[in-house]
Design a protein around this ligand. Structure first.
Ligand SMILES: [Zn+2]
Length: 698
């Protein structure tokens, strides 16, 4: 056994859990002894040297982190002399970036009149009824489809010269602020915020230095030397505050590592392993007092009482903390085996998959992150974690510690033992991602994942996350898997409202633009004003926007392009469920038909990681409760696209609803990264043999 003292932060305490309360003083001593020798070596090897590369810097850190406990005053490291240089280049970079002052103004502008508009919306059920009311001058009266095939050309090199050659990209008309904004943002900056292939770490995140701090038990009185008392812990929080650090959430770190999303100044991530009761009784109240986010890694066997050992949080504690946006719950296996690498495939699977499922069903939240027990993993273990559907994993090493951005990938995010606090405080830095773009980042290249049954308090959800969104406006109405089979997409939810009056028709309510057919079809001008204020979804190769529909502006391709110059898909949805991170109140639904009724509901949106998500409820629920639920499971924006008998979701050819839904003419699809190249990657084959005999059934 040759472990540095920092391991004492974790491995020994893990021992103590596994072996009961008694901690062997012998093993603690052994750790302390080996740490002393590590300290000797470190002292010898940490003489000042020329500014190293990041890699070199990491190597130096490695020699330092073997040290026991608090290494105050070890300020001669090259890592620290590097800081001013990086800061300097950051300032240079920042000054070269155009400012975007009008973003907030723009947002305010878009939300104007929302409530007024909502109040004007008629009851929706009867979408067919709208058509009836429209009467004879209705459906035939508006222009037919307009080919928009020129939409799917490579984007212009510079948006400041709109369509000089292409001519097709029409600059903003109705919204000059937006046009100015678009022109102001250098596209090369925007494009650099596309995600790297998962699980790679984005280049922009390599410049930052985010320490992830690891704690174990926090209790009134020390039992072993690596315990942290409540007073010591509060002193840590005070130091973090004094030094101007900003504790961030795991989601923020993930977005940063995945897409280079900006971070607040001097970020740090606080993590607490193994679910001791002190995490609930001492840590959680302090986190609330300081408003600091944190991660608690739980292994379910402990909460179930299957493992004797130190104190444990209860499921009730975990539920309370999981419902708090400050807290992220990560899975930490079922039984906390000391080394997942030694398990059979079957046992490994169980530790990784069951812990996720159990936490999800008990806590009603998505579990996105895994923490390797004692940091032990290899390629096979990481693959099992990826296959189980986790987005990222935390490790720790007995021999070295590193900043998050120095990790090999998202499945090996390194941590520092809490004893390193003073050493990492001056190094924490947000990196070059800062101040380049707003928080409105998107990730269209993450793996497509199915969460078939997410148990929540209200109603189970089926969700499919990841990939790149695109829509199909089909030639007629079909079962969703039939439409999906004609495309290169992986999954789809049924899309916008269509007209029930004509059974074999593909007539939609409101305008629709689909990259699959490269056509823009205006909505019926008589119906359109009834849709004012509803969310208009706009999709391009790297972003999604939901703006309030305005019949005066949005019934032409030009008008839609004024909101998003490189739009490839657009349609009008029923209502916002979550808007800018807020679940929508009953008042926001206006007179939307049956919004308060219990119905099956279909929805789609963007989660907090900037990934598209499509889904349906696996039971009946009202719109307000659904909005709260989607907010809780991590939606940043969500719109309801359908409810009732046509609600459908399909994944790789299989329908994920338990009934035979009504056929539909429109869908929102997700394309895997391999299929998602170019401006309009969604392909749509002609119907092999248009067979609409189903229509007779309706
Ligand atoms: Zn642990």
């Amino acid at each position: 056994m040759n472990k540095s003292a920092d391991n004492a932060d974790n491995s020994v305490s893990a021992n103590s859990e596994a072996q009961s309360n008694s901690t062997s003083p012998a093993s603690a001593n052994a750790d302390a002894t080996s740490s002393e020798s590590a300290q000797t070596q470190a002292t010898e090897s940490s003489t000042p040297s020329p500014p190293p590369s990041l890699k070199r810097q990491r190597a130096l850190l490695v020699t330092k982190v073997g040290l026991c406990c608090f290494v105050v005053g070890a300020t001669t490291s090259a890592a620290i002399t590097l800081s001013p240089q990086l800061s300097q280049s950051r300032n240079d970079a920042t000054s070269a970036i155009p400012q975007i002052p009008s973003l907030n103004a723009l947002t305010d502008k878009l939300s104007l009149n929302r409530n007024e508009a909502a109040a004007a919306i008629p009851k929706m059920a009867p979408l067919g009824a709208i058509a009836h009311n429209v009467g004879s001058q209705g459906l035939g009266a508006f222009p037919g489809k307009i080919s928009a095939s020129y939409l799917c050309v490579a984007p212009p090199q510079s948006l400041t010269e709109p369509g000089a050659e292409q001519g097709e990209i029409i600059p903003g008309l109705a919204n000059p602020t937006l046009a100015a904004l678009t022109n102001a943002v250098n596209p090369s900056f925007v494009s650099q915020f596309r995600a790297a292939p998962w699980p790679e770490i984005h280049e922009a995140a390599r410049t930052a230095r985010v320490p992830v701090l690891m704690y174990h038990d926090i209790l009134e009185e020390k039992e072993v030397f690596f315990d942290v008392t409540v007073e010591e812990f509060e002193a840590h929080l005070e130091r973090i505050e004094e030094e101007g650090l900003t504790p961030i959430s795991f989601d923020q770190l993930y977005d940063h590592l995945r897409m280079g999303a900006p971070l607040p100044p001097k970020p740090v991530l606080l993590t607490f392993d193994d679910g001791y009761v002190g995490h609930y009784t001492h840590v959680y109240p302090l986190l609330k007092k300081y408003q600091y986010p944190a991660v608690f890694s739980l292994f379910t066997g402990k909460l179930d009482g299957d493992i004797a050992g130190r104190s444990t949080v209860t499921w009730e504690h975990a539920q309370e903390m999981a419902a708090d946006p400050l807290i992220t719950i990560a899975a930490h296996s079922v039984m906390h085996p000391r080394d997942l690498r030694e398990l059979s495939d079957e046992d490994l699977q169980r530790e990784v998959v069951e812990s996720k499922q159990r936490l999800e069903s008990e806590l009603g939240i998505l579990i996105r992150y895994f923490t390797y027990p004692e940091g032990n993993y290899d390629e096979r273990v990481a693959e099992a974690v990826a296959d189980a559907g986790y987005d990222a994993a935390l490790t720790m090493s007995n021999y070295e510690e590193w900043f998050a951005g120095e990790s090999d990938d998202l499945l090996s995010i390194g941590r520092f033992g809490q004893s390193q606090l003073e050493r990492v405080l001056p190094d924490a830095w947000e990196g070059l991602g800062m101040e380049i773009v707003g928080a409105n980042t998107f990730d269209f290249y993450s793996p497509i994942r199915l969460v078939e049954r997410l148990e929540t308090e209200e109603v189970p959800l089926a969700l499919i996350t990841g990939g790149r969104p695109a829509t199909v406006h089909a030639d007629s109405r079909y079962q969703l898997p039939e439409i999906l089979a004609r495309t290169n997409a992986t999954a789809a939810v049924d899309g916008a409202f269509f007209n029930l009056r004509y059974l074999d028709s593909n007539v939609m309510i409101g305008p629709v633009l689909s990259q699959a057919t490269q056509t823009f079809v205006p909505g019926n001008p008589s119906e359109n004003p009834l849709l004012n204020g509803r969310p208009l979804a706009l999709i391009s190769a790297d972003e999604v926007k939901f703006v309030p529909f305005d019949a005066d502006i949005h019934n032409t391709l030009r008008g839609i392009q004024s909101e998003m110059s490189d739009v490839t898909d657009a349609f009008v949805g029923a209502a916002w469920l979550v808007r800018d991170g807020e679940a929508q109140p009953a008042s926001s639904f206006g007179t939307l038909f049956d919004f308060e009724a219990y119905r099956h509901r279909a929805f789609w949106g963007i989660n907090n990681a900037g990934q598209p998500v499509i889904g349906v409820t696996k039971g009946r629920i009202d719109s307000v409760a659904l909005g709260e639920l989607l907010h809780q499971v991590g939606f940043r924006d969500a719109m309801m696209v359908d409810s009732g008998a046509s609600t459908s979701l399909t994944y790789e050819g299989e329908s994920l609803v338990d009934y035979t839904p009504r056929p539909v003419p429109h869908m929102i699809a997700l394309l895997s990264e391999a299929e998602a190249q170019g401006p309009c990657p969604l392909t749509f084959e002609d119907a092999p043999n248009a067979d609409n005999t189903w229509a007779a059934e309706y």
